[in-house]
Design a protein. Structure first.
Length: 608
């Protein structure tokens, strides 16, 4: 990986490489590849004085910024093993990772984050040096009385020497990425230089990227999807990467950066869709008709482009509908978007059809941290939005027992760090990695049909995949998060987190006080919620009937231990936290069922 970066600096030195918002200047600033190379050399000189040896583990706890790339490349060039951490992860989990990986050096965003983390660490751990990138309030000592702690501006030399490149086996360990697992402790996925390079290169055989492309990076670089697609691929192609200030400012950043490529997770598209849907519901009948017509005609236009449908006279209306509807939405994404990649979780067909119909080219991909991470992706010219695409070049796939998707590829991890037993469970002797996802093949495309561990088996033996039901319900902007429950039970129920922005409106419509906990159990509220749920599931098979619900207002988040940093709900933890509420839904009560939220009544919407 470091060799790739060195070659990019040599070939594209004076071209813009990274753009970021300088809060001191209150403006966007840009680094060229030469700038980046010089800074990597400075960091390498400083790191080489820390007594670190090739193979030693170093970690970083940073938001997306050029320093993330600089630190990564400096470490890779010295043969060090990078352990990326999520900035919004819990201190106890970060401490576990640092100790499990025996991390020697840690780079932290600011003094405040270090103060929160330090009490969770054991004094006898391997950590010998802590570097703080930003002092925060200008306090150079950062209020930390610890000999291990240094401020980066004091630690770095004024100038660096030559840019160093590791001379070694490409199959050597490059990074340990701890999965934000939904069950148990995080496991450290060991990835080699070859793992990550091969998958990044194979991705480019499906998705063309160009020197002129501009990526807007907002998913955490600790997420392997962003690291591969939003960092390593642009280094390969010489594209520029701009770092969003935050999710809260993403809408403004899209307008200012005007990206051509966007790497995202479905949750971002769901939020945009929810806002559009809410706006349409409050608009005039003509506005709704125009919007639906634009989506309908735009979708048929897409099918024609894909060779899946013939020309129809209604396509003559596309230029007008594009001007009146679609262009106004695409302009909010910057107006230059060439492709938007969705991964990390399933994208619902409805959302895909709406965005594609509005001329926003979304392609869905699939992968795991354990596969570096991409397994498959839809090409723009052979895009089957309901599928997760075609396997990358060099990636073998097959269907095993219980319809499980199995993968063998150059991207399959070296194994789990310090966990040989878990490695043997997921990778068989022939090198096939067992994904745990159920799938089917159709026209060479992969369709994910369920998750083995998530299948609910009712007391009558009927098997129910809850994922599609949950996604369908969550499309309604009234619902922030949904979990369908029913393992070993006679019927299905649901835990539902209402969106804080929409709960007051629902309460008003039902004539109840939104600040009163009792309102969550009001029969009019429950009936209204059940109508929304039944409407969302109207096209589902007969088994998809929710009989009772528990309404909550506090989102399942990293802070309360109910969600991973990648926004995946920890099902086991949620069921454990709300055990009484779940049991209550199977002991009679109101027809729709409800319990006062155990975590209290807090009008907070999830995320930005």
């Amino acid at each position: 990986m470091d060799g790739l970066f060195v070659q990019r600096v040599k070939r594209s030195g004076t071209q813009d490489a990274y753009r970021y918002f300088d809060r001191g200047l209150d403006d966007w600033n840009t680094y060229t590849w030469d700038d980046m190379g010089a800074m990597v050399a400075r960091w390498q000189d400083a790191l080489s004085k820390e007594g670190l040896q090739p193979g030693d583990r170093v970690a970083l706890l940073l938001c997306n910024c050029p320093e993330w790339v600089i630190f990564d490349q400096a470490c890779l060039g010295l043969g060090l093993v990078l352990v990326p951490l999520y900035t919004d992860d819990r201190p106890d989990n970060i401490a576990y990772i640092l100790e499990d990986a025996a991390v020697s050096l840690l780079l932290v965003q600011d003094a405040g984050r270090w103060r929160k983390l330090a009490p969770a660490l054991h004094e006898e751990g391997a950590l010998e040096r802590v570097l703080i990138l930003e002092s925060g309030n200008g306090d150079q000592n950062a209020g930390v009385q610890d000999a291990r702690v240094r401020m980066v501006q004091e630690w770095l030399p004024e100038k660096g020497g030559r840019l160093r490149q590791r001379q070694g086996d490409p199959h050597e360990l490059a990074s340990i990425v701890y999965t934000s697992g939904t069950t148990g402790r995080s496991k450290g996925v060991m990835l080699s230089h070859y793992n990550m390079l091969s998958i990044a290169h194979a991705s480019l055989t499906v998705l063309d990227c160009y020197l002129e492309d501009v990526f807007l990076s907002f998913l955490p670089l600790s997420h392997t999807l962003e690291r591969t697609a939003g960092y390593y691929i642009p280094v390969m192609t010489g594209s520029m990467v701009a770092y969003s200030r935050s999710i809260a400012q993403l809408a403004d950043d899209l307008q200012q950066v005007r990206p051509t490529v966007l790497i995202s997770v479905p949750r971002i598209f769901e939020r945009v869709y929810g806002k559009v849907k809410d706006k349409m519901s409050k608009g005039s009948a003509i506005a709704r008709w125009l919007f639906n017509s634009a989506v309908n005609v735009g979708w048929h236009r897409f099918l024609v482009q894909q060779g899946k449908a013939g020309w129809r006279p209604k396509l003559l209306f596309w230029p007008l509908l594009n001007k009146l509807v679609a262009s106004k939405i695409t302009s909010k994404l910057g107006g230059n978007l060439r492709v938007a990649v969705s991964g990390g979780a399933p994208l619902t067909p409805e959302i895909a059809q709406v965005f594609i119909g509005l001329a926003i080219p979304i392609i869905q991909g699939y992968g795991l941290t354990e596969t570096s991470p991409v397994i498959s992706v839809n090409p723009l010219d052979n895009n089957e939005p309901v599928s997760v695409g075609l396997p990358l070049r060099g990636v073998e796939v097959r269907i095993g027992e219980n319809d499980e998707l199995q993968v063998r590829s150059p991207g399959v991890m070296l194994g789990y760090w310090n966990n040989h037993a878990a490695t043997k469970q997921i990778i068989d002797p022939d090198g096939w990695l067992h994904t745990g996802d159920q799938a089917r093949f159709e026209d060479e495309h992969i369709f994910i049909t369920g998750r083995l561990k998530d299948i609910l088996v009712l007391s009558n033996g009927e098997k129910v995949p809850p994922g599609d039901m949950e996604m369908a319900i969550a499309l309604n902007p009234l619902f922030e998060q949904v979990m369908v429950v029913g393992e070993g039970r006679p019927y299905l129920t649901a835990l539902v987190v209402l969106a804080g922005d929409f709960w007051p409106g629902l309460a008003q419509d039902c004539g109840v006080d939104p600040m009163s906990p009792e309102s969550m159990m009001d029969q009019k509220v429950l009936n209204s919620v059940m109508r929304h749920i039944n409407d969302a599931l109207r096209d589902f098979p007969g088994y998809a009937k929710i009989r009772r619900v528990t309404l909550l207002l506090e989102p399942w988040s990293v802070d309360n231990g109910l969600s991973t940093p990648t926004l995946k709900v920890k099902r086991a933890k949620v069921l454990e936290r709300f055990e009484k509420e779940v049991d209550g839904m199977y002991k009679g009560g109101p027809a729709a069922g409800s319990r006062q939220p155990a975590l209290g009544l807090h009008l907070i919407s999830f995320g930005a």
